[in-house]
Design a protein. Structure first.
Lengths: 525, 300, 322
């Protein structure tokens, strides 16, 4: 028995240590020898038949569709014809996407193509985990010739980290320009038409011009809250204030887009922020919105009774996009019409372009073919709309074929959002009010100003503790200020916020940010 | 006349005052415990309109079964998920009871010389573990258990608390039972299977019901280890349904047919559906731990 | 004379006894083997994951290939405000101890009282009802809570308004939550404890009860002298085990029942586990930090467990966990 005890202890200790002794599991699926060369023909490139695994972010439940197999077959018909590849679509519900992908990374599971978004499997994280295939010029020119020709090279800069490109940005609205959103039905009932509204907004002080409307609504005793105040204020005004944030719109650490020297600042100490915060306090005290804003948005009882959803005549919009008003109005489903007025400048920042990307696994056996598949999603109209909306004639019909407007009234196929799948500019229009919006969007993207930090991504690995310490209670100190309900005056509240930030190590973070920015600027020379 | 008095006196003696008190105590507690369930049920029957107009109430004025309709819209996948859940739960329960009981028996015998270390081995795992990532790597890369139902059944079986419950029960049984069996020359196996196990049904029943419920409610392991479309358990299916509902409401989908059901009612309908089978299954386990076995009688 | 004979057992006899004991030992060991295999495969094999607390994890390098960063992952707590850290500790440990104490007392009483009842049907009904909350997840229970405590729509506030009092904004006033969460905790856990103690009482030799009654003992004397000492070991064991988790919390309860731990309630309801979740929410490769904190909680809890176990061994040897 004494021996038994010893044996047992030894066995268990060994078991704990065994994995270390056994070393890493085999990481390498053999990399196939793929033909490379800009002028290769399709026959040469796609000679071999290949199966690719696509980690499909299922946002709307397409995987549950009773006829999903039909859609998959149709998809494969196109891919086999175009690139001689069968796609194994691994459906992953959107809510589980980040988790499942990180488990795949940990266990080194086999996958080829996946999606990266800000909230789902973030791109910068995947890069730092070193699970993505670096995309070289050779591969891109061979397997994605059309994309390389048609897409402006500057968009790839946003996804360049540490000198390497690891993903293809999906095309959609890149500029995150803030705006003021109006629910025009409210105003029409008061005989104020859209032209009047537009004329009243002074482009130099757009937010203050809103007070006219609030007073008007107040005068008419119309309802309890006029302004959709909530804790997302920073997201809705950062671009208007002229900041390019290094981590997120809420987290301190940004530069002014107008500042060519790229001095890293704490946006909560700026005059711009004080201006917005004072405005919020003024509006709160004047009664344009109530205390409930602090508890996750507020009720608008009159409106709720009629329409079953709480909405506000005036609110702020984080991203203004052509066609966006149409989409938002239809989402509301209660006959609410929405119009937006952009405020501030249209700027391209790294994070705005890097919001959605398609990536290839480092363990892919045929990375070139995977890129070819991504190219299909970026350039093949038929494929994209098949995945997002279904087959023409079976799942939907044309409402206006010439202008590419679909009629989805009888559609049973849940489909997917185009920006999870491929090039949104190729997707057909859902309503005729959207006609032409893709062209407009492309123009906005092209003409936008570039932030001086465009192409820079901050590596937060050395300041994790400080970030965690700040994140833990940031909302407690920030939200009251954003909703105009801080302690004491606006100055006091902002001082309290900054006290909290600096107590928890903000200076260390800002210094590190500046150091990395300077290094990056120097390397660009 | 005398008889009547005697009868009355005997009647009053029969009413045990303390018993009455105990009953009262439990009735009050039961009502307090049941109240949240009534809330849950009433919220599941609430419509969005009433929620906004009247707010929550103890019972909705116009109860509607919309939430339940929405959940059961596709009956086939629910039936499949239910079957899978049942299989997994039953298998887990049986395995848990057996493994923990055997382990507990070994640990409960003071003459077992390896007792302390065996006990420690179990206790240690309750505090220190490798984490979800390491477990995933072991289970998927080394043990090849992805998409395999075993992964839902085996890993969680051993528990320090379960072993303690059973061990305490064994130690509470009169030692004379074991002694007389040993004198008759019984092996430890015989003592365990033929004497200890049958007498310990209360403790085993407790472990069984906990294991069953734990397995029934778990959705994280099924989500991690199974590809979409392969086996689903009921709780995972319902979780995903809820997430879909949220996404339907938030997406720019124009076919938002279920946008009228408030997410609170959906979540409550799901919760009620999850609880109901347990309520039905519970009485079956109960027969093991309602008083009935007279240990003294067995000894004789 | 007889005693002398008993003092010296012949060698053959001791050898025989030893042989029997060894056989018994192996039989007992073999009974524990299946459990050991499960533990080995699913608890000990993945144990290497603990090293993540000391590493900067990069998926491609794996758990072994990632570089060591010493104690960098442990500094999350010590970077921030020390006062807040004190609040966290007080909440975590204090609430755990408070809830544990109250729960223990209540479940002992309930278990013993239930044991006094005779009618099988009522026993089954009470057991079922009391155990029901165990089945519901905190997410589900949180909705029921919200239905009652919501500021504008909640049932409690509408009753208050009917009686002419002001509505209470439950989700922004922290002082209520110490006892509110205690009610939630008891609601969920009381059933399990009651059934365990009730079940444990069933292993009592009923002849003891009969003998006591014949001697004229009343109900309460029996409870104090027979029932209570009988379940004392398991009560102690449970207490020890629970105290081992004194630095951990039931995350679901603190996070969901408070409606996602809004900042106004944090002075009373923020515990280590909820703090860590918030601190690491935007850090995608937070596995190092969360493993590190978890490790600290485990070690601290284990030390507590060992201490309490030692104290318990002085009170009742049978109650010790190890």
């Amino acid at each position: 028995m004494k021996n038994l005890k010893k044996i047992l202890a030894l066995a268990l200790s060994l078991l704990m240590v065994l994995p270390i002794l056994a070393g890493c599991s085999a990481k390498n699926t053999p990399r196939a020898d793929e033909p490379l060369g800009k002028d290769l023909t399709n026959e040469q490139k796609f000679a071999e038949h290949v199966t690719l695994t696509w980690c499909f972010p299922d946002a709307r439940g397409a995987g549950d569709f009773t006829e999903w197999d039909r859609i998959v077959a149709a998809i494969n018909e196109i891919t086999e014809r175009e690139i001689n590849a069968t796609i194994n679509i691994e459906v992953i519900p959107l809510g589980e996407y980040t988790e499942k992908m990180s488990l795949k990374y940990a266990a080194n599971e086999r996958w080829d193509v996946a999606f990266c978004g800000t909230q789902w499997n973030p791109y910068s994280n995947a890069v730092s985990q070193k699970v993505l295939e670096p995309l070289t010029k050779e591969y891109l020119e061979t397997y994605m010739p059309e994309t390389m020709d048609t897409m402006n090279a500057k968009y790839f800069d946003a996804l360049t980290i540490g000198g390497g490109l690891y993903g293809i940005p999906l095309q959609q609205i890149y500029v995150r320009q803030n705006g003021i959103r109006f629910e025009v039905d409210w105003f029409e009932e008061l005989n104020v038409d859209w032209e009047t509204i537009e004329a009243t907004i002074d482009p130099n002080t757009p937010l203050e011009s809103l007070e006219v409307f609030f007073e008007y609504l107040l005068m008419n005793n119309y309802n309890e809250c006029f302004f959709g105040a909530d804790d997302k204020l920073m997201e809705n005004t950062s671009s208007f204030m002229g900041f390019d944030n290094l981590i997120s719109t809420n987290f301190p650490g940004a530069i002014r887009v107008s500042d060519g020297t790229c001095t890293v600042i704490n946006q909560y100490e700026t005059e711009e922020f004080k201006y917005i915060a004072s405005l919020m306090k003024k509006w709160h005290d004047a009664g344009y919105f109530s205390d409930a804003a602090l508890n996750g948005g507020q009720a608008n009882s009159y409106y709720e009774l009629e329409y079953g959803e709480s909405r506000h005549p005036v609110s702020l919009e984080p991203v203004v996009k052509p066609g966006g008003d149409a989409m938002a109005s239809m989402k509301a489903q209660y006959g609410i019409t929405i119009k937006t007025i952009p405020i501030g400048n249209a700027v391209l920042t790294t994070s705005s372009v890097a919001q959605t990307a398609m990536v290839v696994s480092r363990n892919a056996e045929y990375p070139g073919r995977a890129l070819a598949f991504i190219e299909l999603l970026n350039t093949n109209e038929e494929l994209l709309n098949l995945i997002c909306y279904g087959q023409e004639g079976v799942d939907w019909t044309w409402e206006d074929e010439e202008n590419k407007v679909m009629n989805l009234d009888d559609s049973a196929y849940p489909g997917n959002e185009p920006f999870f799948v491929g090039n949104t500019f190729l997707s057909y229009y859902v309503d005729d009010s959207m006609i032409g919006c893709w062209e407009e969007t492309k123009q906005i993207n092209e003409n936008a100003e570039l932030s001086p930090l465009y192409g820079f991504t901050f590596d937060a690995s050395s300041v994790r503790s400080q970030m965690a310490a700040i994140n833990a209670n940031l909302d407690a100190h920030l939200e009251p200020v954003l909703c105009g309900m801080g302690n004491g005056t606006v100055d006091d509240a902002i001082a309290e916020l900054n006290q909290y930030l600096y107590d928890n190590g903000l200076q260390v973070i800002l210094d590190e940010m500046q150091r990395q920015v300077n290094e990056w600027l120097a390397s660009k020379q | 006349m005398n008889n009547k008095n005697l009868k009355i006196k005997r009647f009053f003696k029969k009413i045990d005052v303390v018993n009455l008190f105990i009953h009262l105590f439990f009735i009050v507690i039961s009502l307090a415990i049941l109240y949240p369930f009534i809330s849950m049920l009433s919220v599941s029957l609430l419509s969005e309109k009433e929620l906004l107009q009247e707010g929550y109430s103890v019972w909705p004025k116009n109860p509607t079964g919309e939430a339940y309709e929405a959940v059961f819209k596709n009956f086939q996948p629910i039936a499949k998920a239910l079957l899978t859940s049942l299989m997994v739960c039953v298998a887990t329960t049986l395995l848990t009871v057996m493994l923990n009981a055997m382990y507990a028996y070994a640990v409960s015998r003071p003459t077992f010389s390896a007792r302390r270390i065996i006990n420690f081995v179990l206790l240690f795992t309750m505090f220190f573990g490798g984490g979800a990532s390491a477990s995933y790597i072991v289970n998927v890369s080394w043990l090849n258990l992805k998409n395999n139902l075993l992964i839902l059944i085996v890993p969680g079986t051993m528990g320090a608390m379960s072993v303690i419950i059973i061990r305490s029960f064994f130690q509470g049984l009169p030692y004379g039972l074991v002694e007389s069996a040993k004198l008759d020359g019984a092996s430890e196996y015989q003592i365990f299977f033929q004497i200890m196990l049958p007498l310990s049904t209360p403790a085993l029943g407790t472990i069984a019901i906990s294991a069953f419920i734990g397995s029934w409610n778990s959705y994280y392991a099924p989500m991690m280890y199974f590809d979409y479309g392969k086996a689903t358990t009921l709780s995972l299916y319902l979780q995903r349904l809820l997430q879909h509902m949220e996404q339907y409401k938030n997406s720019a989908s124009l076919t938002g047919t279920l946008a009228d059901v408030p997410s609170a009612s959906m979540a409550m309908a799901v919760a009620c559906i999850t609880v109901l089978p347990m309520v039905l299954v519970f009485p079956w386990f109960q027969k093991y731990f309602v008083k009935g076995m007279a240990i003294g009688a067995v000894k004789a | 004379m007889k005693t002398k004979a008993l003092q010296k057992t012949p060698a053959s006899r001791t050898n025989g006894i030893k042989k029997l004991q060894r056989k018994d030992n192996w039989q007992l060991f073999s009974l524990s083997v299946p459990g050991l295999i499960v533990l080995a495969l699913f608890s000990y094999l993945p144990m290497f994951g603990i090293v993540l607390a000391f590493k900067d994890y990069v998926a491609y390098d794996g758990i072994f290939g990632s570089r060591w960063v010493g104690f960098d992952n442990f500094t999350v707590f010590f970077t921030g405000n020390a006062d807040y850290f004190k609040t966290l500790l007080t909440n975590t440990v204090g609430l755990n101890v408070l809830y544990l104490a109250v729960n223990t007392v209540i479940t002992i009483i309930m278990g013993m009282l239930l044991f006094e009842l005779k009618n099988r049907l009522t026993i089954r009904v009470y057991q079922t009802i009391v155990f029901l909350p165990f089945i519901v997840s905190w997410v589900g229970a949180a909705y029921a809570m919200k239905a009652n405590l919501d500021l504008n729509y909640g049932i409690v506030n509408s009753f208050l308004k009917d009686w002419g009092k002001d509505a209470i904004s439950w989700y922004t006033e922290p002082q209520h939550w110490t006892w509110l969460l205690m009610i939630c905790y008891l609601w969920k856990k009381v059933g399990h404890g009651t059934i365990v103690y009730y079940g444990n009482l069933m292993s009592v030799d009923t002849s003891l009860f009969e003998a006591a009654r014949l001697d004229g003992a009343n109900r309460f004397q029996i409870m104090a002298n027979i029932s209570w000492p009988h379940i004392r070991p398991i009560v102690i064991s449970f207490t020890i085990l629970s105290l081992g988790g004194v630095f951990n919390s039931d995350f679901g309860m603190f996070y969901y029942m408070t409606d996602f731990n809004p900042h106004k309630l944090r002075s009373r309801t923020d515990v280590i586990d909820t703090y860590i979740i918030r601190a690491l929410q935007t850090d995608p490769s937070s596995i190092g930090a969360s493993t590190a904190i978890g490790l600290m909680q485990s070690i601290a809890g284990f030390i507590v467990l060992m201490l309490v176990n030692k104290i318990a061994s002085w009170i009742d040897e049978k109650g010790t966990v190890f």
